[in-house]
Design a protein around this ligand. Structure first.
Ligand code: GLP
Length: 232
């Protein structure tokens, strides 16, 4: 799964060296980033003209916090490739001014010309980025209250559950749907139910990822566990 996803990302960068990549965090993309770093070291991929915009960031965490998505992206990818720091963008989690942060992030995405390829994981409740069930499909970047199930799922990265921030800034579904290509990766049996529901069930805000059925260029790459309930 990781290698196939990395192949698609590197093909995008080869075809368009100044591509805008929308990137994701979570456990699922770690192997994809490791593969990209390996190919970069071999000289097979060049990030010097690439721009990145990340999906989301916890509200209330400084960049240097070890659980911030800023820290995650630098640890897993940015510190190891020749990406230009001025072309790395993420919502500013350290700024509590929701309106300002969200407006600024939408402006940044517009200014870079939109997203060529958006990488996504999926939450067990069907969330993408931090767009939780029940949110509106038409939103741009906004601040969300994380659901109990997302707090629970993300607690494994923190010392204790109480440390998980309760809010996050996230690109909205509208922003994600405007990406020219969307690539989702899903791994493990814990995702099999939601993968079936999202892509073989109704398109509904109750399952945010289900809207991707309407995207004109959407690819899902899953491992055997995540695809276990799909009749291929
Ligand atoms: C977080 C992130 C999502 C990610 C999800 C699933 O909620 N905001 O972008 O898709 O976790 O994470 P994992 O890949 O660890 O299952």
């Amino acid at each position: 799964m990781s290698r196939k996803a990395a192949n698609i990302i590197s093909a995008q960068v080869i075809m368009k060296p100044d591509a805008v990549l929308g990137l994701a965090t979570g456990g699922t993309p770690v192997g994809t980033y490791a593969q990209l770093v390996e190919w970069y070291r071999k000289g097979d991929i060049d990030f010097s003209e690439v721009t990145t915009v990340n999906l989301d960031e916890y509200r209330g965490l400084a960049k240097e916090h070890r659980q911030s998505y800023w820290y995650f992206m630098h640890t897993h990818l940015f510190n190891h490739v020749n990406i230009c720091p001025e072309r790395i963008f993420m919502p500013d989690g350290s700024n509590p001014d929701k309106i300002k942060v969200c407006k600024e992030y939408d402006r940044i995405i517009k200014n870079v010309g939109g997203i060529d390829l958006q990488l996504l994981g999926i939450g067990t409740d069907g969330h993408i980025g931090f767009n939780e069930p029940g949110g509106a499909f038409e939103l741009g970047t906004h601040c969300v209250d994380l659901t109990e199930s997302t707090i629970e799922a993300n607690a494994r990265f923190f010392d204790c559950r109480e440390e998980v921030p309760r809010q996050a800034y996230t690109m909205g579904i509208r922003t994600i749907m405007q990406a020219r290509k969307v690539l989702m990766i899903a791994s493990g049996e814990k995702k099999k139910k939601i993968i079936k529901e999202a892509f073989f069930g109704a398109v509904t805000p109750a399952v945010p990822a289900s809207i991707l059925q309407m995207h004109p260029d959407f690819t899902l790459i899953g491992d055997a566990g995540a695809l276990a309930e799909i009749d291929l």
